[in-house]
Design a binder for this molecule. Sequence first.
Ligand code: SF4
Ligand code: SF4
Ligand code: SF4
Length: 437
Amino acid sequence: MSAHRPGALLPVCLLLTLLLSAAHWWRAGQAGVALACLLWWSASLRRAAWMRPLTALLLLLLAAEWFLTADQFIQLRQMRHQPWLRLALILTATAAVTLLTALLVWGSRGRRWFSRHAESAGAQALCFLLVTALLLPLLVLSPRTLLLERFFPGLGPLQIVCAALWGAWLCRRLSDRQTAPVIRRRVWLLFSLVFFAQFALGLAGQSAFSMSGEPHIPVPGVIIGGALYRGQPGFMVALFTLSVLTAGAAWCSHLCYFGSWDQLAASRTRPTPHPHPFRLRSLSLLATCACALLLRACGAPSAPAVAGGLLLGISLVPAALLFSRRRGYAVYCTMICPLGILACLLGRLSPWRVRRTSTCVQCGACLRACRYGALDRLREGREPGPSCVLCRDCLSACAHNGLCLRWAGKGGNGLAERAFVVIVSALHAVFLFTAMA
Ligand code: SF4
Ligand code: SF4
Ligand code: SF4
């Protein structure tokens, strides 16, 4: 065997230990954890470098679980005056094998096996942990939010591992500026499809597919209008605010179930200069707030108010998509949607900014990538405008590294962009795997 080839020992040992653990969890009635162990082994065959420390950690935890289980069984058998030595030996040996596999993973053999995509390993591991940390409390406090748990109680842990693996994969693809634009558009569209599929099923009477049993209105402007009409913020306002504070206006380039269609329509045409990416939206925001407050003051019943918001929001979509296709920029997002302007304004509180660097040679390639009116001939040579939604398409389009994503007020050293990608990938994974219309 060549010194550089990883060999089959590690995957075989890993399979053995994870199979034993899966059997243990299955027997304990934790089918979700058991299947997650097997999923982890399958994922390890991709040999991604980010999995090495987490696999070693996982095996350490599983070894600890074996020791605890051994202790519990020994005590139980001793209390019942039953023979316990053979059982103790088997369980301790299993714990020792798990521990040895952890050492194998951590050592040079593990380094050779988990060697792919080492450049993004830290960001991917962080993203995996972030998704897990965001979803675990949901599993405890509101398991119904997890799609699998809703239909197959007990499989929540499996869904969390699926979501975290997805987040880690996405983090790598979004970290690569070459693949980022295409991947962003595809996964954004995927989220939208999942969201609207659930919405349609909710409308068809499948209440398990809708939040709190009733479909909510899938028009972004209604998030703000509805909150003002009700006089209380609600779940969607909290979700929007938290997302925008952590990922800035990236809500409008990675997370919103509506915007993906507008970007898709716009992306077919070369963008024309945007007349004013804020003026119409400001009016739209004012009109939305005024209508909601007026309806509330008049004590208007909720059904006509909801129907009005829904009709207005949806009736503008076909025309906007048509214009997006003609103009080459996202017309619904940059001229109509009142929530988008809030995302841009509130997003200024987040630390992320796209800025020009000294290597910009004014070639103009980035102007053709922006679909949000933040870069066009009117702004040539200047910083992106306030309608920037942090899609980073302009960064990918630039062959001179003339743009960077950096912390507000600080220089860009690549760390800011990596941190941004970790956060948006994690948020996307959480949104996708908990999407409920
Ligand atoms: S501008 Fe509105 S529709 Fe467009 S992505 Fe943002 S919130 Fe969604
Ligand atoms: S930032 Fe890059 S793509 Fe844009 S004008 Fe400068 S060099 Fe050209
Ligand atoms: S300036 Fe760049 S990052 Fe901002 S919206 Fe335009 S293309 Fe996207």
